[in-house]
Ligand binder design. Structure first.
Ligand code: ZN
Length: 295
């Protein structure tokens, strides 16, 4: 299988730009890790690819970008965290929700719901993170991201996201096309006229893969590849991080874990890794917390 990839592309001499991602392995990894239903695979997969692209779009340093989608549907919250190197992780609240198909497409909108919001939190390493929020357009994810870029970041954008799921993920792809300030009328019309070609992006990705898809989807818009990125599903949790989180709970909660539960199990939401702590290990953390307090 070809590996995942992402391209940043300039269009029509800089009047527009595109991010194109092939995320088949990334999405399949999320499916396998979380035991996702087909519909949940499509919902989380679309969100992971968009968040991965969003993470690589920042000009300056970016600690992380967190996207949460709460639509009020049976799947619950969909959450993804991306970084500037294209790595991404995420989960859905109810991974086994499955709904009857409406035609060809998986019923992502019905599973996510559209009675809520898409929220983007960019941690730029400053004291206050940037927060943008829009009402969901359809819960189909691509339209919701398009709404976010257009309304919250005020950059007119087309977004296409698609995941083909069989027993495993057969193909996953995504595209964001954005008009740059000062784009001419004919450039705007060319992009608007192309929207229909972007709709079946997962099938395009299955057939042509990333480099072929550039020409298939954007060949008529004078594409110039500016940058190549290797996106991946990656969780950066560690025992040290979990220890720090336990210490930050404070001595009362740590004390309860020791005296009542005689240990602790902490599961990472992003990779389902389980961290176990014995009574003795918790006592050592408690001692550390107490010493730190008295300093
Ligand atoms: Zn993890």
């Amino acid at each position: 299988m070809d590996s995942d990839g992402m391209l940043h592309i300039s269009l029509m001499g800089g009047q527009a730009r595109a991010m194109l991602i092939e995320g088949t392995q990334m999405v399949d990894r999320a499916r396998a890790l979380h035991g996702l239903s087909r519909t949940a695979t499509a919902a989380l997969g679309r969100t992971l690819m968009a968040t991965s692209m969003l993470g690589t779009m920042q000009k300056g340093a970016l600690e992380s970008v967190t996207v949460s989608i709460k639509g009020g549907g049976p799947i619950g919250t969909v959450l993804a965290v991306g970084k500037s190197d294209g790595s991404v992780k995420g989960y859905v609240e109810n991974p086994d929700v499955e709904l009857p198909r409406a035609g060809e497409k998986l019923p992502v909108g019905a599973a996510v719901g559209k009675g809520g919001k898409l929220t983007v939190i960019k941690d730029l390493g400053l004291r206050e993170p940037y927060v943008g929020q829009v009402n969901l357009a359809s819960g189909e994810i691509a339209e919701d991201f398009a709404m976010y870029f257009t309304a919250s970041e005020q950059v007119p954008s087309l977004v296409a996201l698609g995941v083909l799921v069989g027993e495993k993920v057969e193909a996953a792809g995504g595209l964001i096309v954005q008009l740059m300030p000062g784009a001419g009328e004919s450039a705007i019309r060319s992009i608007e006229a192309s929207a229909g070609m972007f709709m079946d992006i997962s099938a395009t990705m299955r057939e042509y893969h990333l480099t072929g898809a550039v020409w298939q989807l954007l060949g008529h818009l004078e594409p110039e590849v500016l940058k190549e990125i290797r996106p991946a599903y990656r969780c950066d949790c560690s025992r040290e991080r979990v220890e720090r989180a336990l210490i930050s709970l404070g001595r009362e909660e740590l004390g309860d874990m020791i005296s009542e539960q005689h240990g602790a199990e902490v599961d990472c939401h992003f990779c389902d890794r389980r961290y176990r702590f014995t009574e003795e290990e918790l006592s050592a953390l408690l001692e550390y917390a107490l010493n730190r307090r008295s300093e």
